[in-house]
Design a protein. Sequence first.
Length: 177
Amino acid sequence: MFEVHFRPRRPSDARSERCSKLFLIWSTVIAAIVVLCLFTSRVWAAVGTVLILLFMIGFTWYYFHSAPPEAEPVEESHPAENGLSPSDIAEIPSFAYQRNSRNDLNGSDEGVGWLQCAVCIATVKEGEMVRQLPMCKHVFHVKYCIDKWLGSHSTCPMCRADVKTGELSSEQPAPPV
């Protein structure tokens, strides 16, 4: 098997948002200068252009110097902070996968009953250990797939249903159809 690493999304960068807004403002000002040059005399266009550019240079300096300081990245001491603990994950029942062999109209059972793990996008083969989530009944490979996912998330990777380990029933899960 292979390992899957999950990283949380980074929040958008405040400085890049400020640069985008400033670019939009500067574009508008340059368009205004072009209109000013087209529809006024050369003297007034030159005076207006100099005044607008001086104002915009001052505004840009103020805009960047009045920005709140950027937050320093916080290192995660517990990457599984929002996920389940290993003991909670172990409470979720696991079993060896058995393929449900239903016959289709032609009498062939080829392609029927195979399960695909949504975490690694691989077909689950007979005998592989799988874990069935208690609330939504979705099934995934155990070690490198759902256990790693639940270590950093507390929801099903397919339907985002909460995985509530305290409400597990004592009955054995049935393999999916």
